[in-house]
Ligand binder design. Structure first.
Ligand code: ATP
Ligand code: MG
Length: 283
């Protein structure tokens, strides 16, 4: 059985559980339990504080884990990373009071900066030749300037609304982060085989998230033009419609460029275009 460590309660928890469920792995969760076993896959889930996950995986208490890259790199454990998972995207940024004049990073020379990420911040400052006093605090970093604890902060930002509501402005992006799957380096063959099976499923889920299934009707004499517009996995499926002279085309398009493709499809005579999500995709 493979042991997976995920965050017990926080910003990573829901999406981590969702990914495992989308991989077809069933388990029963309870807010009181710190451990659960899957009912249909050789996986045991441990619920932990996110900061503890890299250490547990490095020590082999857990075999694999899901954690933010910010925590992983801060703890100097990037070697454990196996795969970026595409959720919990956020950035570690420097922010100063809104009313401060700020030109560039050299303005922070000699200043006091509060953060929960001293190592990431120190590396960023070192690279730019800036010396500052770093105050490590474990939470409520945003209030540090208003209570006189620091001149600036370095904290996790996603929309920026927390900064604004604390009278701060973002001035430098220190680190981009997302959730990553990490694994102990010394898994035995049996556990490695389970991990490979899990990764196969994760890839199928991830591929499907970016792809959309597209169905459309087109005059049969326009099928060639439309086929050229549809990338698809191989080539589109083309079926005749009951109405003479019309065909139905089915294909897969990437989410990133489907709006542009749809414009071109309409210009080429496509009608009744349906775009639907795909749950799993194995190529
Ligand atoms: P714990 O109690 O487990 O120690 P925590 O308070 O340290 O939790 P959370 O705030 O739940 O941590 O954040 C966990 C991770 O989620 C962060 O390390 C970061 O990678 C990511 N994250 C944090 N804030 C955001 C956000 N606003 N949007 C998206 N992802 C975020
Ligand atoms: Mg934490």
């Amino acid at each position: 059985m493979l042991r997976l460590a995920i965050q017990k309660s926080g910003r990573l928890s829901e999406d981590s559980l969702k990914l495992i469920r989308e991989c077809g792995i069933s388990f029963i969760t309870s807010s009181l339990k710190l451990k659960t076993e899957s009912t249909n896959f050789p996986l045991e889930i441990l619920y932990l504080r996110d900061d503890d996950i890299p250490g547990y995986v490095a020590d082999g208490v857990a075999d694999i884990g899901i954690v933010g890259e910010n925590v992983l790199v801060e703890e100097g454990m990037q070697a454990l990373a196996v795969e970026q998972l595409g959720f919990s995207k956020c950035r570690l940024s420097l922010a100063v009071p809104k009313s401060d004049e700020y030109q560039d990073i050299t303005d922070l020379q000699g200043k006091n900066i509060a953060t929960s990420y001293p190592n990431l911040l120190q590396a960023y400052l070192n690279e730019r030749g800036v010396q500052a006093h770093i105050h490590t605090i474990s939470g409520s970093v945003e209030i540090a300037p208003s209570i006189g604890l620091a001149d600036a902060i370095c904290d996790i930002v996603s929309s920026g609304s927390t900064l604004i509501s604390n009278g701060l402005k973002e001035v430098e992006r220190v680190f981009q982060s997302q959730a990553v799957l990490i694994a102990n380096g010394g898994l035995n063959a049996e556990k490695q085989a389970i991990l490979d099976k899990l990764l196969f499923r994760i890839h199928a889920v991830q591929r499907a998230q970016k792809a959309k299934y597209i169905l459309l009707n087109a005059p049969t004499d326009k099928v060639d033009i439309i086929t050229d517009l549809l990338p698809g996995i191989k080539s589109p499926t083309i079926l005749p419609l009951a109405e003479e002279g019309w065909s139905s085309l089915h294909s897969v398009v990437n989410e990133d460029d489907f709006w542009e493709i749809i414009e071109k499809l309409k210009e080429a005579g496509a009608q009744g275009i349906l775009v639907v999500p795909i749950e799993k995709m194995i190529v």
